[in-house]
Design a protein around this ligand. Structure first.
Ligand SMILES: [Zn+2]
Length: 101
């Protein structure tokens, strides 16, 4: 005869696994959203720099140039590396899933 405990244990394990997976997905989404916000901030600082310094498309912008407009250079929450890019280009993260238009 099968005891109720034998039936509920796999079900509870299944629910626990679902909870862990949901938590991981939530953390990854939050990091991706945070990275997107960082790239948007870098883009805004770069646009401001370009306007104030009358730069043209293709001119390189450095981290030092942007620190005038931000307290600190933002970092990707999952360890990706940011590429500021030139004026007229969008900044990007080295992590393939962290996309900024
Ligand atoms: Zn990133």
């Amino acid at each position: 005869m099968v005891k109720i405990e034998q039936l509920t244990r796999p079900f509870l394990t299944f629910l626990l696994c679902l909870g862990i997976i949901a938590f991981e997905v939530s953390c990854k989404l939050e990091a991706k959203t945070s990275c997107y916000a960082n790239l948007k901030m870098i883009h805004g600082a770069k646009d401001t720099y370009a306007i104030e310094h009358a730069t043209t498309n293709g001119q390189q912008v450095t981290e030092k140039n942007l620190l005038i407009y931000m307290e600190a250079m933002p970092r990707c929450p999952q360890g990706g590396t940011y590429k500021i890019g030139a004026v007229g280009e969008s900044p990007s993260c080295s992590l393939a899933t962290h996309v900024y238009p």
